[in-house]
Design a protein around this ligand. Structure first.
Ligand SMILES: [Zn+2]
Ligand SMILES: [Zn+2]
Length: 298
């Protein structure tokens, strides 16, 4: 049985090879990479939102939800009225379905920002070379949940599933800074979930470096965001947002929820309590299994 399992993993690993992002694709999709000659500094392509939101005043930020500019010292005094999701080219908002440019349907206590994903370029770790030939690099799917803190967007949960959709790693993480918004609608996390948690980002980095080596195929949806909050450099990536592109091409991306409906006939992200990282990671793994099966039919 064990041999059969190893053979199956090796087969899947081989068949995923053609979907592994090239160095150019990693760069174009915003994955972090070390600056040559500076082992403690990474660089990444900045997102359009980040570039549009940049403020010349260092005490000012642009809210990633309502797009208003505000002074950090005033945050919490002004409420944040926004919609869920995004609205491209005057289309209704992807999350709540409200008309573009209409008054926000959700009111939050404060504004939130995530420029730290692009400006905090230190503290990264990198997967290392596998040690022996007998060691299976493996295929895993990964998904992180983030919360908003005084520093920006930070890791609050990470889940890894294996090829059999079994959860092999699942940790709630204590963010490095004070949480200002739990982002529950997306993270599925509440204040209660983080209470008493002591696992740090560094603990998670150590664990993941033991679980993966540089040949491990990591599967996920827009994994660059996960790597930015995990502060992880890894170059063997299969990204479902690239494998299943939007019909209009970049910068448009199909959401994971839509991909699951289209290709797996399955509804995900329906929970009232927010997204579930195990569900999202499993969905990515299932999508790639489906893709591999579909491509072997031709
Ligand atoms: Zn709305
Ligand atoms: Zn806001």
């Amino acid at each position: 049985m064990a041999n059969k399992g190893i053979k199956r993993t090796a087969e899947f690993y081989e068949r995923l090879q053609k979907y592994i992002l090239t160095p150019a694709q990693l760069k174009d999709n915003g994955f972090p990479e070390f600056v040559p000659g500076e082992p403690d500094t990474v660089t990444m392509k900045k997102s359009d939102t980040f570039l549009q939101n940049q403020c010349s005043n260092p005490n000012e930020r642009t809210c990633v939800r309502c797009a208003n500019r505000f002074l950090i010292s005033n945050n919490g005094k002004i409420r944040c009225q926004h919609h869920w999701g995004r609205s491209f080219r005057n289309q209704p908002f992807s999350g709540c379905g409200c008309r573009s440019r209409s008054k926000g349907c959700v009111i939050a206590e404060c504004h939130v920002y995530e420029d730290n994903k692009f400006t905090d370029v230190h503290g990264y770790v990198c997967t290392t070379e596998g040690t022996g030939v007998e060691e299976e690099p493996g295929v895993y799917a990964l998904d992180c949940e983030m919360v908003f803190t005084t520093a920006g967007s930070e890791l609050a949960k990470v889940t890894v599933v294996d090829q059999d959709l079994k959860v092999v790693y699942d940790k709630v993480v204590k963010p490095g800074n004070r949480v200002i918004n739990h982002n529950t609608r997306f993270s599925g996390l509440t204040e209660k979930d983080l209470r008493g948690v002591t696992t740090s980002l560094q603990d998670v980095q150590d664990d993941l470096l033991r679980l993966f080596n540089d040949k491990t195929i990591l599967v996920g949806h827009s994994l660059e965001h996960d790597f930015l909050v995990l502060k992880l450099v890894h170059r063997t990536v299969v990204d479902t947002s690239v494998v299943f592109p939007h019909r209009l091409g970049r910068p448009y991306k199909k959401g994971l929820k839509k991909l699951c409906e289209d290709y797996l006939g399955k509804r995900i992200q329906n929970k009232v309590g927010g997204h579930d990282s195990a569900e999202d990671a499993s969905a990515c793994m299932e999508l790639m299994q489906k893709k591999v099966r579909m491509s072997s039919c031709y």
